[in-house]
Design a protein around this ligand. Sequence first.
Ligand SMILES: [Zn+2]
Length: 307
Amino acid sequence: MEKPVSVWDAHTHLFPPAAGADPRGWGADRGEEHWTALAAPERRRSLQDFPDSGRMAEDMDRAGVSTAILLGWYWERAETCREHNRFLCEIAAQDPSRFIPFAALQLRDNPRALDDLDEAVRNGCRGVGELLPGVQGYSLDDMLFAELCGYAAERHLPIVLHVTEGAGRRHAGRVDTPFMELVELAASNPDTIFIFAHWGGGLPFYALNPHVRASLANVYFDSAASPLMYDSRVWGVVRDLVGPERLLFGSDYPLRIYPKRQKQADFTGIVEEFRESGLTDVDLRMMGGGNLRRILEHTTEGSGAVD
Ligand SMILES: [Zn+2]
């Protein structure tokens, strides 16, 4: 089978060097309890790795990943979102063909949330996320979220939502998976593009229901962190459930998603798994970048302009 030339990764993270140097202190200083519990757990080694952008670029080159979406995090404080966005935009501006930033955003207790987003978009952000309302303290049916969906639809900015797997191991990041709310969110905002991360937490199964399938017409699913949760049959199964045109390759780098064999995060394991998953060449090209490029085609880099 011919291998695709390169892969676009729809789901990566990069943190400021100070966060990597002392995650517990950095998180505590900012009141980011949830992130700190994940990134610097008390009694076990963290799955989170903290490369700088130079090492990330090398890791991408080694695995044949040409372009990566640098997602923001679902910070609890609006100020941390602003700080992270400034950092991501700076990194992306230095190497815009490699890195595309998406904006972190806190809606709760933040009347200037859409101004924050405006600023991030002016600085180069081309999407919103990763958001996790259950941790950030608001819900998908909040008025502000509806406003965000309208804003994003006008500017063709995709919204990335972290979706926890509906059933699985107990872990520190676990929050409830609001399947019905996600379906209703997509249905009531048909002009907004949503990316439900981590295979939508299992939501693709329900796309076998024609009513649900119709509601998810504007939803994509990414494969971020897949090996932490599922065996490699998942690629073909989800492709069969929702079609290759709905799928985006995502790694969740720099998370160590093969913790037993990875000392450091890298892209090679999951890229290999993806390429050897039994997907057709056409599937691989769509999921490995074609779908993502089509989503981003409509967003004008750095302009923030409404067309
Ligand atoms: Zn996530």
